[in-house]
Design a protein around this ligand. Sequence first.
Ligand SMILES: [Zn+2]
Length: 346
Amino acid sequence: MTTVSAYTYAERLATFEGHWDDCMTTARCLAATGHISDRPPLESLEAGSRCVTCSAFVRKGLSTRAFGDNGSQDYLEYFRGFRFHLPHCQRLQVRIPLDPQALLGGLHGNGFQSLVSKFEKFSPGTKSATPTQRFPQTSSLFSLPTELRLEIYAQVLPHLDDVTEIVPLNRDSARVISKAGYEKTGPRDTTKHNVLRTCRAINDEASDLLYSSSTFRFAASKTMYLFLRSIGKRGRQLVHSVDVYCGSREDAMAFALLASCEQLQYLTVRLPRPKILPPRSPLWCVDGMSCLLSLSGLRSVKFGFCESSFGCMDDSRSDADVIRKALTRPKGAAGSLRTINGYLDV
Ligand SMILES: [Zn+2]
């Protein structure tokens, strides 16, 4: 087993608590990528965090720009001018979706940045997170009973099935779309979402209908990350059911972000291995599982089918109970799994 810092994800996250409370989503992402925010000396004085393995220091303002909901049009700008890790840091195993430096596992090149910049021009949905001043509602729409307004939104908004599969719009793209929309032939009607842009009050009510009435399914944790990012803080607060195929290098970041979905109740995990962690698991695997197990307060945890020659996690495996118990523990309660030298003792 390779020696790394003795910090687990939960211990790294704990170093942020108390002085990053205004941006815990960013703190979770930083902890997932291997950063801590010790006090004192440097991190406190300069307001930032550092990697436990390579000691790369990043100022808080840069991290919140990279991981926060800032509504910027060009995500590459989020990551320009700094690195979360030095070029050969072991923590680069844990991929940060959207970070071009992390995408190639430590290979840095301007050529790749310019290639990616061809793809992305905007990040849909982030506008809904932009603070908007509230005004008294004078529209006659608001004189209708709420149930009637919800019925109107249901007629206007795109229909979501009980299970909505989300897929990337393009390969290497940050944009996501429902699978039904992706496979639809002919021109797409992108005006159906316009009701969300009418005003803040309608956005609140209609978003609720859009995000809380469906189970969102993802064939990869990276897609889940991109989706959760694209719907912004407001959307994440409404998501209540997720079905995700995990077991990739983006797991840590994706589950760290999923932790900001405070209404999440139902989770289906598709894990292509029969144990929580195989012997001599790589760092990205350990951190991915640690971030998954950091979720708490769920009402129901299921294990879905996944194709794997190693077998997959299902209810016949003893580790399935361990995962379910961890995720259904009371919200915010400390995990009961022990750690040894920074690794889960499983
Ligand atoms: Zn590092």
